[in-house]
Structures are given as C-alpha cells and as structure tokens.
Write a protein that binds this ligand. Structure first.
Ligand code: GDP
Length: 443
C-alpha cells in the first residue's frame, strides 16, 4: 500500500459482488462531491440525508439511486464521503464505479477506507482491527465481542493502563530532573504500582486463549466403534446450528468435515463417509481412520452405546483417546432406564443432552464462555501486551532491589511504547500495511 497516495480521492464497491437488493459504491476524499456533481441528477446535499436521483453518463441514464453524503470530518474516513446506493446487480455496480473512476477517483486498495479512518484519528488501531474482525467473524458470539472492541472497550482498557504507567513515569522523571524540588517516589510506591499494572495486563491477557479459539475455531473428532451413533450425533450437532458457517471444499454429500457455529467455530470430523463405502472397508480401516482423525483434533468426542456398555472394541479405541482432551459420551440413552450421574448421557436420536454437550464442549476448550467475552484480542495485540508486561516485570525486579530510578525508567518507557504500538499511537508503515492487507476492498 502506497502511503504517499493517501489523500487523493478513492472509490470502491462496498457490497459483495453478485446479485442482491442493493449495491453500494463508496467514494472518499477531497473530490468526492466534485465527482458526484458531474454524474448525479440531484446533487443538492445536506449532511447524512439521502437524495434520490439518476446516475447519468453523458446524458445516458445508468441507474436510479440514493446518494448519501457525509461532510468531512463527520464521516467514516474523516474525509468527504459519498455513498451511492444503486440496484444490486453486478454490472450496474461496476458501471457506476467505472464512471466514478473516469471522473477523478482512484480505485481504493484493500482496507484503505479504514486505514484513512485510522490515520485521520476516527478510530484507534484496535477499533480498526475490530472492523476486519467483525467482517470475518465465524460465529455470532465472536461478532458480538468484536463489536465491543469497535465501540472502544479494549482501547479504553489499554488507555487506562497507559495512563497509570504514564503517571508513574512522570513521577520518576520529575524526581530525576528536579532533585532539589521533587522527591524521588518511594520504592514501595513503585512496587505497588507495577504489581497493580501487571495484574491489569494479566486480566486482559486472560481472554487471549478464548479469543484465539473463537477466531480460529477448533476441530472436534467423533470417534467410536461402528453403530454407536457417531453419524447420528454429527447430524444432531449440525441441526443445532441451522446456519452452517462454511462448507469445507472437497467434501460431498457424505460429509466428513463440516464447520458449524457452536459458540466457537467447530469443525466436526466424522467417520460416517467412510462407512458408506462398504462395511468390509470399515472393518479394515476403522481404527486406522480413528487414529488419523484423532491426530487432527483439538478435542475428541468418544461415543459408545449405553445399551451395551463399554466393550473390548470400545476400550481399544478409548486407549487412543484417553490422553487427549476428550469427552466420553454414552449415546442411545433413550433406550436405557438407569443412569450413572457421573456420565454424560445423550440421545442423538431424540436430541436429549445435545445442547448440554455443546456447553460442555465450549467449556473444555475456552477459559471464558464465548457469550461472556467482554472484548477480544488478536495475536498482535497480545504480543504488545506481553512486551509491556515483560518490561514492567523488569521494572518491578529493579524496584525490589532499589535500583537507580534512572534505570527503572528505561523499562517503564519500554512498557509505554509497547502499549502505544497496540493502539497505533506508535506504529511503523510495515505493520500498518500488514494489518490493512487483511481487509477487503471497499472497507
Ligand atoms: P455410527 O456407525 O457410529 O455412525 O452409527 P449411526 O449414527 O449410523 O447409528 C447406528 C444406528 O443407531 C442407527 O440405526 C441409528 O438410528 C441408531 N442410533 C444412533 N443414535 C441413537 C440414539 O441416540 N438412540 C437410538 N435409539 N438409536 C440411535
């Protein structure tokens, strides 16, 4: 991404390419109004009020549209912005974009609108990253958690910590620079403050594992001997999530893998498809296949038939599972009357226990229930927080041995810089380009 071109006028299609009710073309930059005035029949604009009219190309009508104007600095990017809502056909959207480009705009690069919003201080970096997260989120819970980041929850938490570090640093610096007027802060004060701030960073980092799992998802293998109800369980879990997130490429009707939204994105691996190829084949490769699925899985659902209890063949498979993160499921519980309260009973047929299994599964892999996540962090933000923490650990160590405060201040400054990198106050062009490269065009 070329930093030098930042303040020319850019345009892009902001809606997915394809057929839909509405398509949106977005223009941002100084010439946004000049361009729309050349191609729109009703360009008397009031801020944030739609105007109905026609887009025309040298007198030829292209489409009847609504135009929504935003005057700088009150827009997403902080610049003049025009959004054209036209009919959602692929070619009409392209025709209008081409006309906008011919009249003085440049095609926007990936994430360039959001990058401008960041550079014009409409968003901090954690909010800009939340925009990408909300677009790419694989589950409803993750989308909700990223919306909290967008509203500034993570930014506020980090700023609160930053202010505390800044206060300590100011007091140390005053003591060093004006030794006659200002006393150096007590070491006991420094120790207490450093411990307190490290605790706060730890609290933010606590959700790192859950954030990563919610972002990336986990793979779950369903294993067990033939006929215990693995494919029935697979289907029961699928129907729990009516809106399947994605079909993994290459799978067919006898689904082997499916990604679904169980609060976290879960890719289920089942041995069902293999069984359809013939009973004999299964006899031969049943255990082998289970082993293979196990290697891929973050969590294993070991299923047995509760009407039969655990038999020798079940045990053989269980021995492969027992050292992995797993849940033992006694299936077909609709056929039995007595139950052991220690066990997880389920009926893939009636659906009893399936919802509970969903919760058990989330609990096994996440430290925090997805719906309780206050905000999310990504690996870049986690690295910044870890760097801030490491620097403060050093400062704490130094304060404990009453090191010169001049030396302590070096570590305190380093922790401040790490947090500034998180919010984007201090960031290099490389990192910025890397972040915005993960966006789509038009955002
Ligand atoms: P798999 O070979 O382990 O994948 O087992 P299937 O899912 O194909 O199920 C084997 C048989 O058990 C089928 O006839 C299912 O209808 C039946 N079955 C599966 N789960 C249950 C259950 O929870 N209760 C009852 N009664 N039957 C079940």
């Amino acid at each position: 991404m070329n930093i030098l071109q930042e303040f020319d006028t850019i345009a892009a299609i902001a809606t997915p390419l394809g057929m839909g009710g509405v398509g949106i073309i977005r223009i941002s930059g100084e010439k946004a109004f000049e361009i729309i005035e050349k191609i729109f029949t009703n360009p008397k604009f009031e801020p944030r009020k739609f105007n109905l009219g026609w887009i025309v190309d040298n007198g030829v009508k292209i489409d009847e549209v609504l135009v929504l104007p935003f005057f700088a600095p009150n827009s997403y990017t902080g610049e003049n912005v025009i959004e054209i809502q036209c009919h959602g056909g692929l070619n009409v959207v392209k025709n209008i974009l081409n006309l906008v480009l011919e009249n003085g705009a440049r095609m926007a690069e990936k994430g360039e609108f959001t990058k401008r919003a960041f550079l014009n201080k409409r968003l901090d970096l954690s909010q800009a990253e939340a925009v990408a997260d909300i677009i790419h989120s694989k589950t409803c819970d993750f989308a909700k958690a990223t919306a909290k980041n967008l509203s500034g929850v993570l930014k506020e938490k980090v700023n609160e910590i930053r202010n505390e570090i800044f206060e300590v640093l100011s007091r140390i610096t005053a003591g060093i620079d004006f030794p006659e007027d200002v006393a150096e802060p007590e070491y006991s004060y420094l120790i207490e403050e450093f411990e307190n701030i490290i605790n706060k960073i730890d609290k933010i980092l606590l959700n790192a594992r859950s954030s990563n799992i919610l972002r990336q998802g986990i793979s779950v293998a369903i294993v067990g001997k033939p006929n215990v109800g693995k494919s029935s369980l697979f289907n029961a879990l699928l129907s729990l999530d009516r809106a399947i997130v994605t079909d993994i490429a290459g799978t067919t009707r006898d689904v082997l893998k499916e990604t679904l939204d169980l609060g976290i994105p879960v890719t289920l691996i089942d041995t069902a498809g293999i069984r359809e190829e013939g009973e004999n084949k299964v006899e031969a490769i049943g255990i082998e296949y289970s082993k293979q699925s196990l290697n891929e899985a973050d969590l294993v659902l070991f299923v047995y038939d509760s009407t039969q209890g655990i038999q020798k063949e079940d045990e053989e498979i269980y021995n492969l599972v027992k050292d992995k993160n797993h849940i033992v499921i006694a299936n077909k519980c609709d056929l039995i009357s007595e139950r052991n309260p220690e066990k997880v009973y389920l009926s893939a047929l009636t659906g009893e226990g399936v919802q509970d299994l969903k919760h058990a599964l989330t609990k096994k892999v996440c430290d925090i229930e997805p719906e309780n996540l206050e905000f999310v962090t990504n690996s870049r933000q986690q690295a910044c927080l870890n760097n801030a923490k490491k620097a403060l650990d050093q400062a704490l160590l130094a304060a404990n041995i009453q090191e010169l405060q001049d030396l302590i201040s070096i570590d305190v400054k380093a922790s401040l810089l790490a947090l500034d990198e998180l919010t984007g106050e201090l960031i290099t062009d490389d990192i910025l380009d890397n972040i915005f490269d993960h966006f789509c065009i038009g955002k």
